[in-house]
Design a protein around this ligand. Structure first.
Ligand code: NAP
Ligand code: G4F
Length: 342
């Protein structure tokens, strides 16, 4: 039975990956941070699922900013595969806490790689890289060969992690790989990311539980996929015969405004836009203003457009996304309507 160790198990991807690996027959060890309130809600259902025996899923306290805990976990668990999903993953927040973001998102990766190097060089390592590294893109679409131009402390920190992963692979012959994943969403997406914020608010507005949604830049474009598809790609990357880096995306892009239109269409809500720039507002059929913009949600530097090319993953990993933007939105809306009272 293979053993996987997941840093960042309590996050969106950690929850989907845990379930995916348990289905594949893995024993899964997850690392969670100590917090003053409960932070394991995304994986709590694993414990109550009768099909998944408790002895296959373990949670441990740890923190990727703490070398001692990282080393102790790797040396006591001795996994076959490590997935480093742990990060301060919010781009806007990275401008507010740049030093912490760099510590977790850059040095965190180095700490795990060092532990792998010392404990057992055969442990396979997956690094959660990001399309945010492409930043102010120098070509469209972005591939594994596109140069990086990060636009945030988060993006810059992830670039370090990308290169240190390659450096450890080349220097110490580790099976260490980068997934360069474009935005991926799901019902389990954090509530301050734009897709979840839009879906949740429009569901509540439709049911008259909320009056207004406040957003930032409506015109940036993203290549949005479903987290369920993307965790499968992470696993496939570590099963490939050689350690390599892969872009994982859908190849389609939509603006924030397009996303709002798709969600409101699915909810059968008619909206009308008026105004320009930060004064642009959306109105419902009764003339109520339901969406407006506020400068506080704009970033000091924006990533205007992201669109990937997953040809390498399709060819070598036989991976392709099963969801499209419409099925992603349906999944998110259906979850939100079921949990409207939570
Ligand atoms: P997420 O929901 O924010 O989850 C991040 C996880 O990291 C959480 O479990 C969080 O714990 C944990 N974490 C944060 N700081 C930590 C620390 N110092 N020590 C240990 N754990 C820590 O992010 P996600 O969407 O699942 O993304 C997973 C990874 O993929 C992240 O590295 C992200 O940067 C990267 N990525 C995400 C996307 C995307 O679109 N989702 C795209 C490309 C790359 P708490 O629950 O306690 O906060
Ligand atoms: O949903 P977002 O916060 O995602 P962002 O910045 O693209 O980052 C996500 O994807 C990256 C992959 O490229 C990951 F690496 C990263 O960890 C994270 O998961 O924002 C998307 C876009 C941005 O252009 C932002 O300016 O939406 C715009 N936006 C407009 N109004 C907003 C809002 N973003 C947020 N979070 N909140 C708003 O009110």
């Amino acid at each position: 039975m293979k053993k996987a160790l997941i840093f960042g198990v309590t996050g969106q991807d950690g929850a989907y990956l845990s379930k995916f690996l348990l289905k594949k027959g893995y024993i899964v060890h997850g690392v969670k941070r100590r917090s003053s309130s409960l932070n394991s809600s995304r994986v709590d259902d694993i414990y109550s699922d009768p099909l998944i025996k408790k002895k296959k899923f373990y949670l441990h306290y740890g923190d990727i900013t703490d070398s001692i805990s990282v080393y102790n976990l790797v040396s006591t668990i001795r996994p076959n595969e490590i997935y480093n999903l742990a990060a301060q993953s919010h781009v806007a927040v990275s401008f507010e806490i740049p030093e912490y973001t760099t510590n977790a998102d850059s040095l965190g990766t180095l700490r795990i790689l060092e532990a792998v190097k010392k404990v057992n060089k055969k442990i396979k390592f997956y690094q959660a890289g990001s399309s945010e590294m492409f930043g102010k893109v120098v070509e469209i679409p972005q591939t594994e060969k596109t140069p990086f131009y990060p636009r945030s402390p988060y993006g810059a920190a992830k670039v370090y992690s990308h290169w240190i992963t390659i450096n450890y692979r080349e220097s110490y012959n580790l099976f260490a790989c980068n997934g360069i994943l474009f935005n991926h969403e799901s019902p389990l997406r954090g509530e301050t990311f734009v897709t979840k914020k839009i879906v949740k608010a429009l569901c509540k507005i439709k049911l008259e539980r909320q009056k207004k949604l406040i957003l930032g830049n409506l015109y940036s474009k993203r290549d949005w996929g479903h987290a369920e598809d993307y965790v499968e790609a992470m696993w496939k990357i570590l099963q490939f015969k050689r350690p390599e880096d892969f872009v994982i995306c859908t190849g389609k892009q939509y603006s924030i405004k397009d996303f709002i239109t798709l969600v409101s269409n699915d909810l059968n809500m008619k909206i009308r836009w008026k105004g320009k720039g930060v004064n642009e507002k959306a109105y419902d059929s009764k003339g109520n203003c339901i969406i407006e913009c506020n400068k506080k949600y704009f970033r000091p530097a924006e990533v205007d457009t992201l669109k990937g090319d997953y040809s390498k993953a399709r060819k070598l990993l036989k991976w392709r996304p099963k969801h499209n933007i419409k099925s992603l939105i349906k999944d998110m809306i259906s979850y939100e309507l079921k949990h409207i009272d939570d």
